[in-house]
Design a binder for this molecule. Structure first.
Ligand SMILES: [Zn+2]
Length: 317
């Protein structure tokens, strides 16, 4: 089979989105490895990415004309998505029923990596899908402004999923041992997840089963459920992902501010209210002060109703 591979953008002024990585870097990294692996499996591949372009429209025209001139059997355009920091997952576009037959297995393989399934979608508005003469698909691998997707993403795994979806064949190992490290578009996957797990455990925010999180740096449904619980306690609308607001709230709490009646509001107050078992409204009023005193007495520290160093060390110790 003869594939036409289009690494999205990479032809200024046709440049892509920017988030935790640059779309251009990722489409290039994924595209080059997809080409290598398809060739290793015995397929013919035409790289349809232009080196330069005079405009975005020119960039798109060049891709299409290469594919049409070389008469590829399937045109595959590789992109990464960006929206509002909360949207996440994978979608694959096609503009014909023939295209859809290729789109579905590629989507299925990528979803197997844990990305949210946004479905196969009608892509007849995409220039490259509309103007190529053969079946064509456009893969939005995942969102480069989604923290959740960042933690799921690895170039090798994405490449293998695409190659497997396109061919039904098992992709060969990458040369050099298939390391995830290196390359300009790579991300450090685990440190932020690990930090999140450690902090949530320290805050005693449990997962959906009431369990302590495993501190393995891997994003999974248990960690997601604890993040969702924390966001809920903090009145942050981020579903089950850790947004900037989530990190800010964690920071506010770990600053251990001194909290006293009528002089404190905000995330740290919400957290204290959660721990001492009183109504969570983020306002340190007389009811909260009374509950703090009761809680302080129960853990045998001075019952002064002020959340200071001693109380914080009991809360977070
Ligand atoms: Zn793009």
């Amino acid at each position: 089979m003869k594939f036409g591979i289009d690494m999205g953008h990479n032809a200024p002024p046709d440049t892509g989105a920017v988030g935790w990585a640059k779309e251009d870097d990722l489409t290039k990294a994924v595209g080059n490895q997809v080409i290598d692996k398809l060739e290793a499996l015995g397929h013919e591949v035409v790289n349809c990415t232009p080196r330069r372009a005079s405009s975005v429209v020119d960039s798109l025209r060049r891709r299409v004309s290469t594919a049409n001139a070389r008469n590829v059997d399937l045109y595959v355009s590789i992109h990464f998505n960006a929206f509002n920091g909360r949207a996440n997952g994978t979608e694959v576009f096609a503009a014909s029923s023939a295209g859809r037959r290729y789109a579905q297995p590629v989507l299925n393989q990528i979803i197997n990596l844990g990305f949210y399934n946004r479905g196969v979608k009608n892509g007849s508005h995409f220039f490259v899908l509309k103007n190529t003469n053969m079946p064509a698909i456009l893969i939005e691998c995942c969102f480069i402004d989604s923290w959740r997707d960042r933690n799921l993403y690895g170039t090798d795994a994405m490449v293998n999923a695409i190659v497997k979806g396109l061919t039904g064949q098992e992709p060969p190992q990458a040369q050099g041992g298939g390391s995830e490290a290196g390359g300009s578009g790579e991300v450090t996957r685990d440190e932020q997840v690990l930090k999140l797990q450690q902090q949530l455990n320290r805050l005693r925010v449990r997962d959906r089963n009431g369990k302590v999180l495993v501190e393995d740096g891997l994003w999974g449904s248990n960690t997601a459920s604890a993040v969702a619980r924390f966001n809920d306690l903090m009145a942050i609308r981020s579903d089950d992902s850790a947004s900037a607001a989530t990190w800010k709230a964690l920071e506010d709490i770990f600053e251990k501010p001194i909290l006293r009646q009528s002089h404190a509001t905000g995330k740290a107050v919400r957290y204290v209210q959660f721990r001492i078992g009183t109504a969570i409204d983020g306002i340190f009023g007389p009811n909260t002060a009374r509950s703090v005193r009761r809680w302080q007495a129960s853990v045998h520290i001075t019952a002064d109703g002020v959340v200071g160093p001693q109380t914080w060390s009991k809360l977070l110790g």
